[in-house]
Ligand binder design. Structure first.
Ligand SMILES: Nc1nc2c(ncn2[C@@H]2O[C@H](COP(=O)(O)OP(=O)(O)OP(=O)(O)O)[C@@H](O)[C@H]2O)c(=O)[nH]1
Length: 332
């Protein structure tokens, strides 16, 4: 029997949390300062670059971008690619575009690099942007050199591979991975198109040195831009549960056969662990000595919950939904 959303919300709704408490100092720990080095390297390669493609996660179109990109690389033509559109709830796409325009971001393309969706729009857009700008170092040289930037794990390398598949019928040129930090250094040029002759520079993901708020930090972590253990799998799973309930995205109830929605992460993870047979033996000290007790493996259950969310099994999500309700930001 399929349960309706109304039935699933049921009694649990009254108990749903209004906020997610976390100390701002915790967030500062998740984002290491070494990333400034990557940004410096990018700046030094900038002379060779005609245009910048900034890749960001379509589930957080209005938050989590690195403001240093704008400050340090901002003089070049800029295209914002909002990737992982297959995982994002884009019912309010026009509103998103309107908000981004308010911030001065007029060139935006939504993509899915796994299925190569909308990838063919990118090169014509780049040539249009470069054509209307002054290529002072290129003269009559007809090749294009584009730098791909973004916070970690948003799909920069996947975009390059996808462009190569679409325009050159060639496979992977750059490593892709499910964890942040796969691309380590500003790399050599990778050809992505023959006509026009276009090369892309892949770069390591660079987070902002100071994240705007705890909530932005948690959204970035949920999207996989920070290694999970830095936040703590169970904390992150709890924020996921809090978000899904607030957005009434209750696919997890059916996915884990929970019966009804619940806002208590310990109960949810216990259920997940038992369902998936993820248990562990723990030694407990009793009056008669140590006894082995079988307990739910909470970290393993949390990892499964996060995996289900990130792979799209729990349905598409718009993590910036609250920000879309306010007025668009005004261009600085
Ligand atoms: N669902 C989905 N997954 C994607 C998409 N694009 C990339 N991915 C996945 O996201 C993960 C990260 O992709 P990468 O291309 O390595 O990301 P990156 O930005 O180069 O990562 P860093 O090198 O760590 O900065 C991989 O598991 C990809 O398969 C997409 O459009 N949709």
């Amino acid at each position: 029997m399929r349960l309706t959303t109304r039935a699933l919300c049921g009694a649990a709704r009254a108990a749903w949390r209004e906020s997610f408490p976390l100390d701002g100092r915790d967030v500062a720990r998740w984002f290491p300062g070494h990333m400034a080095k990557g940004l410096k390297k990018m700046q030094s390669s900038l002379k060779l670059v005609d245009c910048i493609i900034e890749v960001h996660d379509a589930r957080i179109p209005l938050s989590g971008r690195n403001p240093l990109f704008q400050e340090t690389l901002g003089l070049k033509p800029h295209l914002l690619v909002l990737n992982k559109m297959d995982l994002a709830d884009l019912k309010e796409q026009q509103k998103i575009i309107h908000h981004l325009e308010g911030e001065g971001l007029k060139n935006v393309i939504f993509t899915n690099c796994v299925k190569d969706e909308n990838i063919k729009q990118i090169i014509p857009k780049v040539t249009e942007l470069v054509g209307s700008s002054y290529r002072y170092h290129r003269g009559e040289n007809l090749e294009y050199c584009i730098m791909v930037i973004g916070v970690p794990n948003v799909g920069k390398s996947s975009l390059i591979n996808s462009l190569r598949r679409q325009h050159l019928r060639k496979g992977k040129a750059t490593r892709v991975g499910g964890e942040p930090g796969i691309t380590r250094a500003v790399m050599s040029r990778i050809q992505v198109c023959e006509r026009p002759l276009m090369f892309l520079l892949d770069t390591p993901g660079v987070l902002a040195p100071r994240i705007q708020s705890v909530e932005t930090g948690l959204k970035l972590a949920l999207c996989g831009t920070v290694l999970d253990h830095l936040v703590g799998e169970e904390t992150l799973a709890d924020y996921l549960l809090y978000t899904l309930n607030r957005h009434q995205l209750l696919g997890y109830v059916q996915h884990y056969s929970l019966g009804e929605a619940c806002d208590d992460i310990a109960s949810v993870l216990k259920h997940v662990a038992v369902k998936l047979r993820k248990t562990q033996k723990v030694k407990v000290l009793t009056g008669t000595g140590d006894v082995n007790v079988v307990q739910p493996n909470y970290p393993a259950a949390a990892r499964d919950f996060l995996w289900a969310f990130r792979s799209g099994v729990l349905g598409p999500v718009m993590l910036d939904r609250d920000l879309l309700q306010g007025p668009p930001a005004v261009e600085p």
